[in-house]
Design a protein around this ligand. Structure first.
Ligand SMILES: [Zn+2]
Length: 287
């Protein structure tokens, strides 16, 4: 793990994490581009915020923008993980022999106590980009309505092994298709919007827009054989229609207003995606 601290324009303490998955190079590229663009801490500030530690709870603590490259060995090898999926390993175990299971508590510690955390991801699934949270705190509201995404997935009812499920005020963002230039570019712009939303960057005022909430409620398993997916992300699946099928499963949707999340034929070994339902909207913070 590499931690790079940069100067915040205000008292906000925020973090952006890239490279949780080693086969998603956009995250590291975005973090390094931010590191090059944002002002460095002065010597005194750097002493007050040594890597991996924070003066949390200190009312006089200065703001900081903490940039994290999480899984360097996996990034170097160009693989999602070396031993186990880091984003299925939180909170982790410092004593584990598995690299990512031991890395998880270090990553969480580096960003815990921050006012807001953004975890960058790309996927095999189709656009549009979207955000994911486990719990909608005021900080999370600010993040999701401050970024240029129309949809946010509430995954509170799904897994509890992701970074956003173990560190408060964390939002994950799927910035686009794995390996694409568009993903790296969109993710950089979304990161700047995140920093502006929290007052950590003051080059221009933040813009907030209402965001549609989709609650993920069920993973859709793959069986085997040629996979077929018939609906795109956030597109309503008509009642009775088949969302996806292969040699083992035919997934016919019985309920109303079901939309797919992370829908993909070849992106994931074990699932076609996740069933979700639009549950409402998140309004911008009151200024
Ligand atoms: Zn990822």
């Amino acid at each position: 793990m590499e931690v790079i601290d940069r100067r915040s324009a205000g008292p906000a303490r925020v973090a952006i994490v890239g490279g949780i998955h080693g086969d998603e190079p956009a995250g590291e590229r975005i973090v390094r581009r931010l590191a090059a663009a944002l002002p460095e801490l002065s010597g005194e500030e750097a002493d007050a915020a040594p890597d991996g530690e924070q003066a949390v709870g200190d009312g006089n603590a200065r703001g900081v923008i903490r940039l994290v490259v999480a899984n360097e060995p996996a990034l170097e090898a160009g693989v999602r993980y070396t031993d186990v999926d880091l984003n299925r390993s939180f909170p982790g175990d410092a004593d584990s022999d598995e690299y990512e299971r031991a890395l998880a508590p270090r990553v969480a510690e580096a960003v815990r106590g921050m006012d807001a955390v953004l975890a960058l991801h790309t996927s095999h699934s189709a656009p549009p980009p979207f955000a994911i949270y486990s719990e909608c705190t005021e900080s999370v509201r600010r993040t999701v309505t401050g970024m240029p995404v129309d949809y946010v997935v509430d995954s509170g009812g799904l897994r509890s092994t992701t970074l956003d499920s173990v560190v408060d005020h964390t939002v994950s963002v799927e910035v686009g298709r794995q390996g694409s230039e568009e993903a790296a570019e969109f993710g950089y712009e979304a990161s700047l919007a995140f920093l502006r939303a929290h007052g950590a960057l003051d080059d221009e005022p933040p813009t907030f827009t209402e965001t549609t909430v989709v609650e993920g409620f069920e993973e859709v398993p793959k069986g085997g054989g040629e996979p077929h997916v018939h609906y795109r992300n956030f597109e309503t699946i008509p009642q009775g229609a088949v969302f996806a099928h292969d040699d083992v499963y035919t997934h016919r949707v019985e309920g109303a207003d079901v939309v797919p999340i992370l829908a993909s034929e070849h992106g994931y070994e074990d699932i076609f995606g996740i069933y979700g339902r639009i549950t409402g909207t998140i309004d911008p913070p009151e200024e």
